[in-house]
Write a protein of this length. Structure first.
Lengths: 407, 192, 459
């Protein structure tokens, strides 16, 4: 290390932690601003102060760090800082073969990993022009919708938890636990399923899964109603979420929002209908939308989607065909060169993947588009002017998952 | 204005444009009432090994297909492309990610800085000449080398510094690993 | 016997504890007998009683302070355990269930854990203020117990300005919170401290205004007098004579105690832990205990002012008189004479044996020891219950304590249930609610009460 004291040192420098006096607690970074926006953000006005929310904070849903510029309790500006969970999944995928990519993509959206692990699978199938057995497609849809409900249940709990309600998250976890146990009976794992395969799924439906599913289906709708009763008519909850973080249609479109935040503004964009994939064209379901675009609308939309998913599961169980669950796919998979783009509707929005193959057994490029990454950008537009307490409510209502955001 | 033939495969229509025409093409796609490509589905940077590309995927309610716009043939040493944040401000972070991972400079993006890697990081990890040092790399025979070069941003440094703890070699400021082809992409210290 | 016959070094731990106690007991007995025989002891005891009688107020005060300081921590333990279990019940969880039967020891062990933890002071903190802050908060909470009448004749100090003293000392707590928030050198702490100051000072106004109606009705600020004024059945309680004031007081007390939905001072999802963010070890423990002591005190004050204090909800004496029933179960133990000694010596062992033997015969797989332990527990529980009923009938302060703590812990349970059910309000809603709704409502209550009093007195 050079001894020059005027030198601005690396942020990783251990000396920074030992010798520097209390000024290191300043949130202003020890290097000149890189862009005009950064310079504007870190130029402090009168009476303003910076406060770090995260990366370790009870309510940032992972290791998200948001630097808030506040004036009293009011948020003036904010700067989300990402990358605390960055592991370079796209690079790792390029260095493994196509089968490895499935388990590498699994932990991206760790609340609903059945969706993120579908990315390399669907891209490879499209590049291979592979015909997936119909039973496998139905099983996929079943697993996806179950996982969607599990994820939405947690969303409701988290929103309430960030508003200070202790109980709904535990009720949500009860429901999620039943679904996760069910999927564990199917896939063998509770969190990162690693169930989808290029050309089908890993294993057929088994007896334990079906019996658990039957038990759950018998009370699912009632439970969903019960879950909503605690919050729907709660005066404090409604008062705090209604009219909070209002997104209009134009802003939603320009901010590239997808999923519930977009549909809560009234745009019925759902990939399951906008660009149908798998067997969704054969199934009957609605795309619930809301007009208000605020946090409360997003919350209600999640409740509606839970009911639609239960409806879909009902139909899938009725229409489930017989047959194999795996197409004939070689172990050493050489995917023909080309580009392919696929998108599916995850609980948080459009989960899409752009894959390129150069004809080898490894993906040449696997670009994964995570909806939370784009949805999270809206906080920059929504939060200024609100109080600190509302930042959490807005962030929770956009439902970001840091595993996918940081890739 | 298109730089190549329009092709269609599966459910995707593919067009190619050059960086000069990107702004006009995208504006037309977004604004013209018979096209209505209002939703930007994805923005991806691509390193083909020889050139850089930026790939856009658009969706319109007028057609069931995806539209893929490939804006290609950017120079590896100085990839520059106009930003589309004037149409979709949500593309800001996607462009920041492409800048962070590939070093593609989006002109017009108001906040083009690294988003995942730390501010003192200098390499661009998703480029094809950035090889992983472990055995999952494409060329395990090359052994373990240190491709990640972390140092303060160039303008803040008066002299080359050695980053403690990683054992990285000393590098000169601005000496980014931007060699053109794969075999030569071993890095500056290996060729020395 | 083997305890005594063993050498000291080979004794079990129990022996090492029991043997010195046994020796001490024997020594004390010898001393007492010797004192009695020489006539020194009666003189000493009489002199001591004389001193106590001459300065009864001082001794009463010292006794009260000691008792209250010792009382607060167990009360906090009980409330914390109650909160853990109740919220677990609301959340459909089990709650603590490992430490002791049904986890009853968990909060106590938490207290010991807090004692054993490292006491950490952050860099840049203002050390003296940082150290003093929990003490100030805790003392502010504890000192208020002094004026609360727990039962007839069981109170620390009967001030004629008791209510004023209560609010004055309770206001001390917020100074501690602000000190902690400021001195921690942490922005979350700062925000928490300022929130605490803003919220608590705002809510003290409706809290005090709500009480003024009660003061007007009773004409005194002495809490004892206020309780005595509410004797009779529950219709005489001020909760039914001043319902609006009771509701205002309840809401304001929720904010004053920093409880959900007004727990913005330590809103964990916003400002981590508020003023307590940088505190650890026993300093944090002081804040933590102060919060629960505060909760108990506010409930106790609410019971004292509005729910009749230690008065039973229904006075059954008129009913009994009307039915010509006389309850004469109050046994004077003195009248039994030497028989009392025989009862104490003989009844418990015989009762235990009488319960143990049938159990031992029925449960043939149990050893005698096991049956004996079960019998011992059963007899103790039944005997305790009989003793409690007897004490309830005989001594008025036992009945008073029963009703006082019953009501106070019901109010605490109400606070806990609110915490399990409601989300948190926002800071501007919190302040707006105090200034726009609670204070006008309290003033309205005041005017209505004053008007009613005028009309009643004019008649």
């Amino acid at each position: 290390m050079t001894a020059d004291p005027t030198l601005v040192r690396s942020l990783d420098d251990p000396d920074l932690m030992v010798q520097t006096p209390a000024t290191i607690y300043d949130a202003i970074p020890p290097y000149p601003p890189r862009t005009e926006r950064e310079a504007e953000f870190y130029a402090m006005g009168d009476g303003e102060m910076l406060i770090n929310i995260g990366p370790q904070h009870p309510s940032t849903h992972g290791v998200l760090r948001v630097v808030l510029k506040i004036d009293g309790e009011r948020v003036v500006d904010l700067d989300p800082v990402l990358g605390y969970l960055h592991r370079g999944v796209e690079k790792i995928c390029e260095n493994g073969d196509w089968h490895h990519a499935i388990s590498n993509c699994d932990p991206l959206e760790y609340i609903a990993s059945m969706f993120s692990e579908a990315m390399p699978v669907l891209v490879a199938e499209k590049l291979l022009d592979l015909e997936v057995p119909r039973r496998a497609e139905y099983i996929r849809v079943l697993a996806w919708e179950l996982n969607r409900i599990a994820s939405h249940m947690l969303f409701i709990g988290w929103l309430a938890l960030d508003l200070g309600g202790l109980t709904p998250i535990l009720y949500g976890f009860i429901e999620r636990d039943e679904i996760v146990e069910m999927l564990a009976a199917l896939t063998g794992q509770r969190l990162l399923f690693n169930y989808l395969r290029i050309g089908g799924v890993n294993g057929d439906l088994n007896h334990e899964f079906l019996s658990r599913l039957g038990d759950w289906m018998s009370h699912a709708l009632k439970r969903a109603d019960d879950e909503s009763k605690l919050l729907n008519s709660n005066e404090i909850f409604v008062h705090r979420t209604r009219g909070l973080g209002v997104i209009d249609r134009d802003m939603a479109r320009r901010t590239c929002l997808t999923g519930p935040p977009l549909r809560a503004t009234g745009i019925p964009y759902d990939v399951r209908r906008a660009h149908p994939y798998s067997v969704y064209p054969e199934l009957e379901f609605d795309i619930p939308t809301r007009e208000e675009g605020d946090s409360y609308a997003r919350y209600l939309l999640h409740l509606d989607e839970i009911k639609q998913s239960i409806h879909i599961i009902d139909q899938v169980l009725g229409k489930m065909p017989d047959g194999p669950v795996m197409a004939k796919v070689p172990r050493l998979l050489r995917v023909p060169p080309g580009r392919a783009y696929i998108a599916i509707e995850s609980p948080r929005g459009q989960y899409s993947c752009f894959g390129m193959s150069d004809g080898s057994d490894q993906p040449f490029r696997l670009r994964i588009h995570d909806p939370s990454y784009f949805n999270l950008q809206a906080v920059g537009l929504l939060m200024p002017g609100h109080l600190i307490a509302d930042t959490m409510a807005i962030m929770a209502s956009l439902d970001p998952i840091m595993g996918g955001i940081d890739k | 204005m298109l730089a190549g033939p329009v092709t269609a495969r599966h459910d995707t229509t593919e067009i190619r444009v050059t960086p000069e025409h990107l702004t006009d093409v995208m504006t037309a796609l977004h604004d013209q009432p018979e096209l209505r490509f209002l939703i930007l589905s994805d923005l991806a940077g691509v390193d083909t090994g020889t050139v850089m590309q930026v790939v856009y995927h658009l969706w319109s309610d007028a057609t069931p297909d995806w539209l893929r716009v490939i804006c290609g043939d950017l120079l590896r040493d100085d990839p520059r492309i106009p930003s589309v944040t004037f149409l979709w401000n949500g593309a800001e972070w996607a462009e920041r990610e492409a800048y962070d991972m590939f070093g593609i400079i989006f002109e017009g993006n108001r906040d083009l800085r690294r988003i995942y890697m730390s501010p003192d990081y200098q390499s661009f990890p998703l480029r094809k000449d950035f090889l992983l040092p472990d055995d999952s790399s494409r060329s395990p025979g090359m052994g373990i080398r240190h491709m990640e070069q972390a140092a303060p941003p160039a303008e803040t440094r008066s002299a080359p510094t050695l980053r403690r703890g990683t054992g990285a070699a000393t590098i000169a400021p601005g000496d980014a690993p931007t060699t053109a082809t794969l075999p030569a992409a071993i890095g500056p210290e290996a060729s020395a | 016997m083997s305890i005594i016959t063993r050498p000291w070094s080979r004794m079990t731990l129990a022996g090492k504890i029991i043997l010195p106690l046994l020796l001490l007991f024997v020594l004390l007995n010898i001393l007492i007998v010797a004192g009695q025989m020489t006539g020194v002891l009666p003189v000493l005891v009489n002199g001591l009683f004389q001193v106590i009688n001459d300065n009864v107020d001082i001794f009463r005060f010292i006794g009260a302070v000691t008792a209250l300081l010792l009382f607060t921590v167990p009360a906090a333990f009980v409330i914390i355990f109650m909160e853990m279990k109740l919220i677990a019940f609301i959340n459909l969880r089990l709650g603590p269930n490992r430490q002791g039967p049904w986890g009853v020891l968990s909060s106590t062990l938490h207290g010991f854990k807090v004692l054993a933890k490292e006491d950490f002071t952050p860099t840049g903190a203002d050390v003296p203020v940082f150290t003093l802050a929990p003490v100030v908060t805790y003392l502010g909470a504890v000192m208020t117990i002094m004026v609360i009448p727990f039962a007839p004749g069981l109170f620390g100090l009967d001030m004629n300005l008791g209510l004023l003293y209560f609010f004055a000392v309770a206001g001390l707590g917020v100074i501690g919170l602000m000190m902690g928030g400021w001195s921690s050198f942490n922005k979350y702490s700062l925000l928490g401290g300022l929130r605490a100051a803003a919220a608590i000072i705002s809510y003290e106004i409706p809290l005090t205004l709500a009480v003024v109606g009660v003061i007007m009705l009773t004409g005194t600020m002495s809490l004892n007098a206020i309780v005595l004024r509410q004797s009779g059945s529950f219709i005489d309680w001020f909760a039914f004579q001043q319902p609006l004031a009771f509701i205002i007081f309840f809401i304001a007390a929720t904010a004053e105690g920093g409880r959900t939905p007004f727990d913005l001072t330590e809103a964990d999802s916003e400002i981590v832990a508020g003023f307590a963010t940088e505190y650890s070890g026993m300093r944090f423990g002081f804040f933590f205990f102060a919060e629960y002591v505060n909760l108990f005190i506010l409930s106790a004050l609410m019971v004292t002012l509005f729910l009749g204090g230690w008065n039973a909800p229904l006075d059954i004496q008129p009913l009994l008189d009307w039915l010509h029933i006389t309850v004469n179960s109050a046994i004077d133990p003195g009248s039994l004479g030497i028989g009392l000694l025989w009862i104490i010596l003989l009844v418990p062992p015989l009762a235990i044996l009488a319960v143990t033997l049938p159990i031992w015969m029925i449960k043939s797989k149990w050893s005698f020891l096991k049956a004996f332990i079960v019998g011992f527990v059963i007899v103790n529980v039944i005997g305790g219950a009989i003793l409690a009923v007897w004490a309830y009938i005989t001594f008025p302060f036992v009945a008073g304590l029963f009703w006082f703590f019953g009501k106070a812990f019901t109010m605490v349970a109400l606070f806990v249930i609110m915490r399990g059910t409601l989300p948190r309000v926002r800071i501007d809603e919190l302040m707006g609610f105090a200034w726009k709704w609670l204070i006008p409502a309290a003033l309205l209550n005041l005017f209505v009460t004053a008007g009613a009093l005028l009309v009643l007195q004019a008649r």
